[in-house]
Design a protein around this ligand. Structure first.
Ligand SMILES: [Cu+2]
Length: 177
């Protein structure tokens, strides 16, 4: 909502700034006949190069920004369904249902908490953190992750939540195809 207003104001300001630039550029124009032939053709070349640069930049930005937001989404590209898993934290354990998947599967974890704030941290079989989100009471965060490797993943708690915080650990099994 506020972002839409900020966006409209930004567009208006950028537009008026561009208009000022265009006005200055138009007023500053010197006829090419004022120059010798070498400089005149260099200016003509510069105009064409500028137009080429604009075309290339617009094309590259259209291609790159058109894909926003960048969400790695191989499952949908392959026409596979995204699987839903419900994850809930409580002092001091995790419940993740279902908790076994296959390599290549994209899973959306619906993460919430039954009591206080917890940190849902997903670790791969090498104990590298690969995805994380906040587990909050009364709120559900959706965390999307595509499993790329078979093995036993772990969910640990990333936010200190009391005496048994270090005990919050559950396993997720990812099978090869
Ligand atoms: Cu904790």
């Amino acid at each position: 909502m506020i972002q839409d207003v900020v966006w409209d104001v930004s567009i208006a300001l950028m537009g008026s700034l561009a208009a000022v630039f265009a006005g200055v550029a138009a007023g500053a124009e010197v006829p090419l006949t004022n120059y010798g032939p070498a400089i005149a053709s260099a200016y003509r070349l510069r105009t064409w190069l500028f137009a080429l640069a604009v075309v290339v930049l617009v094309g590259v930005n259209y291609r790159a920004l058109g894909a926003l937001p960048y969400i790695a989404n191989p499952a949908e590209q392959l026409g596979l369904a995204v699987k839903r898993a419900d994850a809930s934290g409580q002092q001091w354990s995790w419940t993740v249902q279902p908790n076994s998947f296959v390599v290549g599967q994209t899973v959306e974890f619906y993460v919430t908490s039954k009591d206080v704030n917890h940190g849902f941290g997903l670790y791969d079989p090498h104990m590298h953190l690969v995805a994380q989100t906040q587990a909050m009471p009364g709120f559900t965060n959706v965390l999307r992750y595509t499993f790329t490797e078979a093995g036993t993943y772990q969910v640990l708690c990333l936010e200190y939540c009391g005496l048994g915080h270090h005990l919050m650990n559950t396993q997720i099994n990812v099978a090869a195809h």
